[in-house]
Ligand binder design. Sequence first.
Ligand code: FES
Ligand code: FE2
Length: 448
Amino acid sequence: MLTHEDNELLCRVGPGTPMGDLMRQYWIPCLPSSEFPENDGPAKRMMLLGERFVMYRDSLGRMGAMAEACPHRGASMYFARNEECGLRCNYHGWKFDLDGTLVDLPTERSGSRAQQHFIDKVKIRAYPCHEVNHMIWVYLGPRETPPPFPLFEINTLPIENVDEPAVMMEEANWVQNMEGDLDSVHLNWLHRRLAADSPAPPSGIRGFWSPDPEPPELDVERTEYGAFYSSQRKWTDGQIWHRINQFIFPFHTMISVGKIVNLRSFVPLDDHHAMLISHSGSPLGPFPADQVRGRNAFDEVGGYEPRTNDPRSYFLTKANKRNDYHRDLEVEKTLMHSGIPFVLNLQDRAMTELMCSFDGEPLYDRTQENLGSTDAFVIAVRSQLINAAKRFRDNGQLPPNVEDVSFDRIRAASVLIPSDVDWKAHSKEARNADSGEAPSDDVPLIID
Ligand code: FES
Ligand SMILES: [Fe+2]
């Protein structure tokens, strides 16, 4: 459990909060490239860490982001005209370029001192954008020059080796959503099939099956970039199956899923909404056609709800907490531990979106919980995050992966080894994105 104060510090990310300040030091994955199919198309509203802005693709195809409120009298730049490398506010025509410079001010006489005065004085807050491999990242921090761009494998592989990101809005605080990725034992329950030979249900993938009736033993290693752990299950031949997953500051995970690599980012829009951006790549060659999910990830459960212009309505799946996530009670009786389709993190969302504080805020009150041995990685990551936010708040000290992006060159892994083998030493190369080896998948996630 956490104290109320630490829970608040861990979960809240708005401007001026310790965790929000820490997150703002990093590049943040924001929206897929497919959201902006054409140059000079309409701007989109977006929100990260409680901060509102608009995004657009300019006349040269470059991505731009700027504060939503026009600095003249506050009209939303969402309705701006996207023309000739800038956004022109629809209210009185002030125009800003990619850097936020005021380049036209038609409400004052041309050449007048008043016009010059505003051009010299007024800028709109512009956020640097970086687009790579179907994804647009944004920097919301205070630096004039942003830190180096992250070197995760999904950012450095050739574009044909990388799928489009699969995105899902989660209607709850980002921490409770992310904690599902740090929690191996729930595979034995939430995602399991009822018997070893249970077939796949009508929708979603076949459930997890563990040959070991005991819960996994966790072994956690804290690192400078975050933490990793092995969840250890006994395999049928007496060897130990180590499922090794990563946490990377400030909100990324990597989980072992086979011959592909991934980055899963739990990106907070505000304290009550976060996107899971699941981005996968194939180091072995072009991304395999049968693995493509991207924007079609939720087609088999009805796809997405219609959107409004509020970013919190984007990527909201039709299966959601208002309809029990399409839970099928017949499937729950006969095939799967949960009748909710096993599609990306839909089952996980059912577990975490209804967690709330005493007054119903979708931000779990961690003073109420009872943690055990299988929660060891959740505990480690929370304390890594809380300590990092406090060190930055109190001493200005940052985790080294802000500056040194070589920390990003890591992987999740799945290895099968005898019980007397040191798993950390054995998996060193399997956890290294530059090893030249294929991703290690000694045991697939869904065992036949
Ligand atoms: S409010 Fe934008 S130009 Fe006036
Ligand atoms: Fe899960």
